[in-house]
Write a protein that binds this ligand. Structure first.
Ligand code: MLT
Length: 278
């Protein structure tokens, strides 16, 4: 089945664990899969998609619970979300890919890397972390879940989205900020709770990096308070081959705050991964 969007058409498949998984496929060349974070959907990548699709085949899912993809019940896990990504790849006959994940998409990408390391040519962690939540973070998420379950979804989204962006962006890009809030407001309360619980329950996956046979990329925003430079830089030395970029005037959302830099760095990384001999 196919559903149209303003951009490329979405393909919709039925998953083993999810009633509906939607994704877009565009471009030509080696495969780059782009996983969005929370509380976004595949449209997160709209600003980088046109240029990257000139060199790569992009597969851009809506992770189940977001966009046009649907959760079977009000709970999920990073492993289940990674399973949905694999089902898309199986449908498309993809045997080799670079997987890029933004924040929660990076947690999903690591779950994927744990299960299917053999098909990965590279892993790009875009404002993301390999470690689990600490106790303070888990407690904050539990409080947010309680607020949302009492009907506070809208207030929660309106408060959290500005915190993802740099001071400069917030001061100068009010329209774009509003667009992001509007996107976040589309996420149903059930999905927010499911994603928060999935993030609370995700394990520390930094061990995967120490044995990774593929290059790993780290995109870091200097003003990011979720995947902060201090924490991510430590993780960025765990793998054998690491590409590290730290962006000025950028917090958690380089694909919106600094899209040109991300296009350049992600493009170079993906090219390297496919050019190098295994
Ligand atoms: C995201 O951008 O996906 C979230 O901020 C991740 C998180 O809350 O850990």
């Amino acid at each position: 089945m196919e559903a149209s969007t303003k951009k490329t058409r979405k393909t919709i498949i039925k998953g083993r664990s999810f009633p509906q998984i939607a994704y877009r496929k565009t471009g030509k060349g080696p495969v780059l899969v782009l996983l969005h974070g929370f509380p976004e959907n595949g449209d997160l990548w709209n600003k980088v998609e046109p240029e990257l699709s000139e060199k790569f085949t992009l597969i851009i899912p809506d992770l189940p619970g977001s966009g046009d993809s649907v959760l079977a019940e009000a709970q999920t896990s990073m492993d289940e979300l990674a399973g949905a990504v694999k089902e898309i790849l199986d449908t498309e006959g993809v045997k080799k890919l670079v997987l890029a994940g933004h924040s929660m998409g990076g947690y999903t990408a690591l779950a994927f890397a744990e299960k299917y390391p053999g098909i990965l040519k590279g892993l790009s962690m875009v404002h993301s972390l390999a470690t689990a939540d600490n106790e303070e973070k888990k407690e904050n998420r539990r409080k947010a879940i309680s607020v949302i379950q009492k009907g506070g979804r809208e207030t929660f989204i309106k408060q959290m989205i500005p915190g993802l962006f740099s001071a400069d962006f917030k001061n100068n890009q009010a329209d774009e900020l509003k667009r992001q809030v509007d996107t976040g407001l589309k996420l149903p309360a059930g999905s927010i709770v499911a994603f928060y619980n999935a993030m609370i329950n995700r394990p520390d996956r930094s061990g995967i990096l120490t044995t990774a046979k593929y290059p790993v990329q780290w995109i870091i925003g200097k003003e990011d308070t979720i995947a902060s430079p201090e924490v991510v830089l430590k993780q960025s030395t765990l793998s054998g081959v690491n590409f590290v970029s730290v962006y000025e005037d950028c917090a958690h959302m380089s694909m919106i705050e600094q899209p040109e830099l991300l296009i350049q760095d992600l493009g170079r990384f993906v090219q390297y991964c496919f050019d190098k001999q295994d």
